[in-house]
Design a protein around this ligand. Structure first.
Ligand code: ADP
Ligand code: MG
Length: 555
């Protein structure tokens, strides 16, 4: 329709105005209105459907990424940073959405309109139309160079977005720590720098693109000048009519506008290819933990065996984190695990619920290799309270039912009594309906830990693992929790990691970890006799000056 209108215009001038044929002017004018209306309606429909398609694409893309991220194992998550994943889910998807919308509307329209206008121009006058063709070719080449130049910078920009998001995320989620250490200025500086980096890169890219507009304008006006000049001469020598000149000028604008649109599409495309690659990376990431073909759906008991287990986080690292671990734990035993930070206590227990896979050797739970179980079954039966555990925004009941969505109120209360959380929950005005803010910021550290323990207990696991989960709880409550475990869940195998000797000394047996290896494994008395590291920790904590932990063992 766009290309038809200048053609009709030419007809009005040549056959209507010049010959004084009023009825021809009315008829053709009517046709022009019809053409314009069709063009308008089609344009509106195109815009509407384009918006629907592109927002839909963004929605679907986000949904599949989010769903796919849920299947990631811990080591997959280690590979992408949290900030990186957030940028990919937000900024990158938005980029693609914009590029796609632009593409839907322009990719067909601009080339089609350009080709139509060129053909029309050629049918009117070959000689003049070849001016356009030359302009299109020259402009195309120059645009190509500008764009490839700018694309380079756009590609550089996205990793910087990751850095900025990391800075924001880290700062905002740890805002209390930042304030406690009076690090606001440092953090502000850090943020300013990352956003300055993005600013600089975009400025460079836009500096290249800025040449686009003047170049276009120059070409458009040069073409118009040439056509007016040559066209005027031709009209004088009667080889061209006034109407034809008018429509040629209109086509000139048409062709160059299309070229402009196409160049914008290419800018968007080049910006979004970087985003596409980043999104594909997430979607193509294969979870390295997979269910076996015929998974075992039942964990028979809570026994644990490690047979010559080695483990490292990165496959290419030289020194494994866990070295040749052999141990046997019977179902229902209470095992304490003690050792310095970095001695691989957390790594050891991560293998039991298959958060990571052992690099060598076998981890056996309930008499079967953990790889034989259905992962969901295994993780429901092996309940881990992670060292850095989080509560989610929602009521206490909602948080507890994360552990088991069908738990009754009474079951929730029982778990909380076992975890010594019932008392403080009852003291809240709203009791179990108290709203927990994001990250559990409105409960104390020790309260949060006890809620996490209760949540893990609700799974009624065969194996319960507490990774330093009572570090913020006072020793008396800590001892109460352990006694409640002994009496309340005697058949559950309990693994308790702690820095405090008082938390582990009443366990059936204690593992002493040192440097990724088991340095000692036995009862409190045996270890006092035979294990130098255990003796040293004992001396420093119990005998050394008699701190508040002194009587903890007897509570
Ligand atoms: N996700 C991880 N990626 C790479 N290395 C890790 C990871 N988690 C822990 N490590 C490394 O493994 C070693 C043991 O860590 P960890 O098991 O957390 O010790 P502990 O719990 O005894 O303090 C440390 O040297 C630590 O740097
Ligand atoms: Mg740890």
């Amino acid at each position: 329709m766009e290309t038809l209108i200048p053609f009709l215009m030419a007809s009005i001038i040549d056959n209507g105005v010049n010959t004084g044929n009023i009825s021809h002017i009315y008829r053709t004018g009517g046709l022009m209105i019809v053409a314009a209306s069709i063009g308008l309606l089609a344009g509106m429909a195109g815009g509407r459907f384009g918006a629907k398609a592109s927002t839909g694409l963004a929605k679907n893309l986000r949904a599949s990424m989010f769903e796919h991220i849920q299947t990631f194992s811990f080591s997959n998550i280690d590979k992408f940073s949290t900030a990186g994943l957030i940028t990919r889910l937000t900024t990158d998807v938005t980029n693609i959405q914009n590029a796609y919308q632009m593409m839907l509307r322009m990719m067909m329209r601009a080339p089609a309109s350009m080709i139509c206008a060129l053909i029309m121009a050629f049918t009117i006058n070959r000689k003049l139309a070849s001016i356009y063709l030359a302009a299109v070719i020259i402009l195309g080449v120059i645009l190509f160079f500008i764009l490839t130049n700018a694309t380079r910078y756009f590609r550089m920009a996205f990793p910087k977005y990751d850095a900025m998001n990391a800075s924001v995320q880290e700062n905002v989620s740890a805002i209390r720590v930042v304030k406690a250490y009076v690090r606001e200025d440092y953090e502000t500086d850090k943020f300013r720098q990352t956003s300055e980096n993005i600013f600089r890169i975009f400025k460079k890219a836009e500096n290249k693109l800025v040449m686009n507009a003047p170049l276009m304008q120059t070409t458009v006006y040069t073409c118009i000048l040439l056509i007016s000049w040559i066209g005027a001469k031709m009209i004088v020598s009667t080889t061209l009519t006034t109407g034809e000149l008018m429509s040629l000028l209109a086509y000139c604008m048409n062709i160059l506008m299309s070229l402009m649109m196409l160049s914008m599409v290419f800018v968007m495309l080049s910006m979004s290819t970087a985003s596409m690659e980043r999104i594909s990376e997430v979607l193509n990431e294969e979870s390295d933990l997979t269910n076996p073909e015929h998974p075992v759906m039942q964990v028979p008991d809570g026994s644990i065996r490690f047979q010559h287990v080695d483990f490292s986080y990165q496959p290419d690292s030289r020194e494994p984190v866990l070295k040749d671990i052999c141990l046997t734990i019977h179902s229902g035993e209470t095992i304490g695990i003690i050792g310095g930070t970095g001695s691989a206590k957390t790594s050891l227990i991560s293998l039991i619920s298959r958060l990571y896979d052992a690099t060598a050797g076998e981890v056996i739970v309930g008499g079967r290799n953990v790889r034989e179980y259905d992962m969901e079954v295994l993780r429901n039966q092996v309940s881990v309270v992670l060292q850095s555990n989080v509560l989610f925004s929602g009521t206490i009941y909602e948080n507890l039912r994360w552990g088991n969505k069908d738990a009754t109120d009474e079951e929730c209360r029982r778990a909380c009594r076992l975890a010594c959380a019932d008392n403080f929950i009852q003291s809240f005005p709203d009791g179990y309906d108290t709203y927990i803010e994001q990250g559990g910021s409105n409960v104390s550290g020790g309260q949060k830990q006890r809620l996490c323990i209760a949540r893990a207990l609700l799974k009624k696991p065969k194996i319960l693992i507490l990774d330093d989960s009572t570090s913020a709880v006072d020793t008396a409550t800590d001892a109460n929790i352990r006694r409640a475990f002994r009496e309340g869940i005697p058949d559950t195998t309990k693994l308790i990691i702690s820095q405090r000797i008082s938390s582990v000394q009443d366990a059936d047996r204690i593992i002493v970890m040192e440097n990724g290896q088991i340095d000692g494994f036995g009862t409190h008395e045996e270890l006092l006799q035979t294990n130098a590291i255990y003796c040293e920790i004992y001396e420093s904590q119990i005998k050394g000056g008699g701190d508040f932990d002194e009587k903890a063992g007897e509570l």
